[in-house]
Design a protein around this ligand. Structure first.
Ligand code: ATP
Length: 855
């Protein structure tokens, strides 16, 4: 403090400027209220529809009712297997639009489509009023027709597959010498008791296994598998889905359709496809329903049932007609009717040339009958692989375990019981069964010998063997093409292990298809739309190349926007928390005034403000870890490029974050009555924004690079502690005796931010001390400095209490006290660099996750 004769730059009084907290608080509440309302409209579509009918859109309701189609039953859908063709009439499209309107209140439901020309976010509200599904354009129709003929069959064969893990109790083998094939048109069941290795085998076949010691080989069309290409052309439907709870069924499908269907298809065709897969899965009536589930942080959103989620998962898996569909327990959680309907649809897909590989537990008789081939595992051993109907003869005649239908019931149940050695199986109840590991090994060895001797039973391309030729007029695998396959794989009864032959056959088949397509292009005729039985990989070349980077970015931006705005704890919740915290702190330090007595409190505000911004992101740690889970699920399906995700995520989240921080900063600024100067307000806001973004980014980084949330917390807390303790406020850097240790200050973003705040508040300003020091201070000083008797003298105390009209305090001395000398531009550059650094390492963390995903 220094008395000075020049009082020309005394701090001005705030007045109107300080009142800025009022509009900030009002805006925050209106803003949060708006997003809360939007979320409620989506959560309660029926009530919204009723409300609209009553108060604003009464006339449209009758139209909606008129066009409301009956929900399609799963069975009807499966039986019809509505083709992904171009025959849908305008009436059908109208029906779909009406269904979209009438079934679910659709106030905020929309298709997202890459063809939407608007830059940035799609117009959600516009689509909500039932923006109709239009009939596919002529171009789309032609395109669909052409794509539906692009059958690229994929034959898989796996040989001597093994998998073992290093565990604390030694090496654990979970798969041993497993062989098999999946051919175009095949419907293969992976069966076995719990822990038999079904999921492990499925992961290996799907190319998603990255942990464990893997042996053996997987061949695709007779050649070693190219992992990325294989991932693009196949689909994997996991047992547990990873949908965004805040999106509706239709929005979820639009998201997958945009990412996995070829760009050229166009919006109308994509919508047709969505309708088709939803109808096939019996979900037509749910399009406007939220997927629902538990939001990160624990809020539960009502939405689909478990079985419906499962069907939605399958619908999205088959969206792009992949060559091979891997289904992990597709019927678990489904009622028996839905299970049958879903599996019937899978079979109809297989009959058109796709391959379906599905793990399954206890299938009911009708489902069991849908499978062509079976792989039966137990304790990691291959007990049987071959046509379903050959399983009972093999175990009965080949292994000496007789099957008695009256005692054992369904063959599938018996097979499972037979190889399950975990329980006691009295012969009187079960008949002759395998009970020991030795018996399992003996049977597995016998089967392997038989398989390797070429007697596995899979003696011809499955579809041909099944005698279900494609419908007349279809250019999908024809007799000629199957004949080519037969020639290579061998006709029924011949050796099936002709690996080279398989490759030749598929190559020949693909050549034949090229000829079909060329002929079609020349003649401009691929048969009528109704005749087209679109086939396997019909929309091939899918993920992630189907959508351009920009399309990926746009659809991800849209998804992230929906995710943040519909999560009540996100945009709306954050806005309120920021606002309320600002009010709380602002009331504590309310209207500090611009005299010397306010200095201590003023410094405290400048410290508390970044502290809160440093700690606030912790409230949302669950969101960061959830982001990671969504990303992992999507990246293993190769849905998009990591950079598209990262940029979209930042662009969806950052504007809201900046807005919230500014509302916080300005509310607190006004309430506390900090320096009423536009420049200082701007710097304060800038420091706050940078401080918050850095803190949030460090937490996001911690969530990405650590194995779980607990470790992420530890890492983030360590960083936060360094920031707080090295802020220069609690202990000045120059007061630290351990100079080497004080170097940690260079990683304290808060230290830089505090310097910026302090400069904005104090630089070049003087406070009047004409009123003298407050009595509390003059009384306190002698106690504080007991060996300074002069402070008790009336002259000094009088001078302190009444220093005269010219008394001013140079606030620059505070900056000197803390040694805050860096130019402001440098502080901003350092903080921006700090933020960029954490963005880069977080992005690298995402790339690392993509490679490192452990299954
Ligand atoms: N990382 C691992 N380390 C050690 N053992 C593992 C690991 N992952 C899986 N296993 C073991 O491998 C075996 C096969 O697991 P898998 O999940 O493939 O069985 P499953 O047949 O799919 O079982 P369920 O039907 O119960 O899902 C199990 O005994 C499991 O404990």
């Amino acid at each position: 403090m220094a008395a000075n004769a020049t009082a020309s730059v005394l701090a001005p009084h705030g007045g109107a400027i300080h009142a800025m907290w009022v509009p900030c608080v009002v805006f925050a509440h209106v803003f949060a209220g708006y997003f809360m309302l939007r979320m409620l409209l989506v959560m309660f579509p029926k009530a919204t529809a009723d409300f609209k009918r009553k108060f604003c859109c009464g006339s449209s309701s009758s139209t909606q009712q008129k066009h409301t189609p009956k929900p399609v039953s799963p069975k009807a859908a499966a039986a019809q297997h509505v083709r992904f063709d171009t025959a849908s009439s305008p009436d059908q499209s109208k029906g779909a639009a009406a269904a979209k309107d009438a079934n679910m209140g659709r106030s905020t439901t929309t298709y997202y489509d890459a063809d939407d020309e608007e830059a940035g976010l799609p117009d959600i509200s516009a689509a909500g009023n039932g923006a109709a599904t239009t009939a596919p354009s002529k171009r789309s129709q032609l395109l669909m027709r052409r794509l539906s003929t692009m059958i690229r069959p994929m034959a898989m064969e796996w040989q001597d597959i093994g998998c073992s893990y290093n565990t604390s109790s030694g090496m654990r083998t979970v798969l041993k010498a497993v062989y098999g094939k999946a051919e175009p048109g095949d419907m293969l069941a992976l069966m076995g008791p719990s822990g038999a290795g079904k999921s492990t085998l499925m992961d290996i076949l799907a190319g998603r296994k990255s942990v464990g010691n893997l042996t053996g080989s997987v061949l695709v069309n007779g050649l070693p598998r190219k992992k990325d290409e294989f991932a693009r052309k196949t689909a994997y439907v996991p047992q547990d889905d990873n949908f965004m709870p805040t999106m509706t069924v239709l929005e979820t499908c639009s998201y997958y359709a945009t990412l996995t269907l070829p760009r050229k298809l166009g919006k109308a065709t994509r919508q047709e496809r969505i309708k088709e897969v939803l109808a096939a899965m019996g979900l037509s009536h749910t399009t406007g329903t939220l997927v629902g589930g538990t939001l990160p942080g624990g809020i539960i959103l009502r939405g689909l049932s478990g079985g419906e989620r499962k069907r939605l998962s399958i619908a999205n898996g088959i969206m792009s007609t992949p060559c091979i569909v891997f289904l992990d327990e597709p019927t678990s959680g489904l009622d028996s009717f839905a299970a049958l309907s879903v599996m019937s649809y899978m079979r109809s897909m297989a009959r058109e040339g796709q391959t379906v590989v599905s793990s399954i537990h206890q299938p009911r008789a009708a489902i069991w009958a849908l499978f062509d081939t079976v792989t039966l595992l137990s304790m990691g051993r291959l007990m049987f692989y071959g046509p379903r109907e050959e399983m009972a003869p093999w175990f009965t005649e080949g292994c000496g375990y007789p099957y008695d239908p009256r005692m054992h019931g369904l063959v599938s149940d018996w097979g499972m019981d037979l190889v399950n050695i975990g329980f006691k199986k009295p012969e009187s109840l079960f008949g002759r069964m395998m009970n020991t590991l030795e018996e399992l090994d003996t049977a597995a060895d016998a089967f392997r010998k038989r398989y390797l001797a070429g007697q596995s039973g899979l003696t011809a391309p499955a579809a041909a063997a099944r005698g279900t030729p494609p419908p007349a007029g279809s250019p999908t695998p024809s007799d000629t093409e199957f004949a080519l396959l037969d020639a290579a794989y061998g006709s029924p009864g011949s050796n099936t292990n002709t690996q080279q032959g398989g490759a030749q056959a598929v190559a020949a088949m693909n050549r034949a298809l090229d000829t079909v397509q060329e002929a079609e292009q020349r003649g401009g005729n691929g048969g009528s739309a109704g005749e087209q039985q679109g086939g396997c990989c019909g929309m091939g070349g899918r993920k992630p190349s189907s959508a351009s980077w920009f399309t990926q970015f746009r659809v991800l931006l849209w998804r992230e926007f929906l995710s943040v705005t519909r999560n009540p704890a996100d945009v709306a919740g954050r806005c309120l928390i920021f606002s309320w915290l600002a009010i709380f702190v602002g009331l504590i330090y309310y209207n500090l005034g611009s005299d010397v007595d306010s200095l201590r409190a003023r410094l405290n505000v400048l410290f508390v403000e970044p502290v809160i911004l440093l700690l606030l992101p912790y409230v949302y740690m669950s969101l960061y870890t959830a982001d990671k889970q969504y990303y992992i699920a999507d990246s293993s399906a190769k849905l998009y490029h990591p950079s598209a995700y990262y940029v979209a995520k930042q662009m969806a989240v950052m504007p809201f974050a900046i807005l919230n921080v500014l509302l916080f900063s300005f509310t607190l600024y006004g309430l506390a009555g900090l320096r009423p100067d536009g420049w200082a307000i701007g710097i304060n806001g800038l420091m706050s924004v940078l401080m918050y973004l850095i803190a949030a980014q460090v937490l996001a980084f911690a969530a990405v690079v650590t194995p779980n949330q607990d470790v992420a917390f530890m890492l983030a807390i360590a960083w936060t502690a360094v920031n707080l303790l090295m802020s220069n406020f609690m202990v000045r850097y120059k007061d630290m005796t351990q100079v080497w240790f004080s170097q940690l200050r260079y990683i304290s973003a808060m230290g830089y931010a505090f310097e910026g705040y302090a400069q904005a508040e104090f630089k070049g300003i003087k406070y009047s001390c004409a009123g003298g020091l407050a009595p509390s201070i003059t009384a306190y000083l002698p106690d504080f400095l007991p060996n300074t008797p002069i402070l008790r003298g009336t002259l000094v105390t009088g001078q302190l209490a009444n220093p005269g009209a010219d008394c001013v305090v140079e606030l620059g001395s505070i900056l000197e006290y803390f040694e805050l000398f860096r130019p402001l531009w440098m502080i901003v550059v350092i903080l921006v660099g700090y933020l960029l650094f954490f963005h880069i390492v977080t992005y690298l963390g995402f790339l690392w996750l993509t490679k490192k995903e452990k299954r």
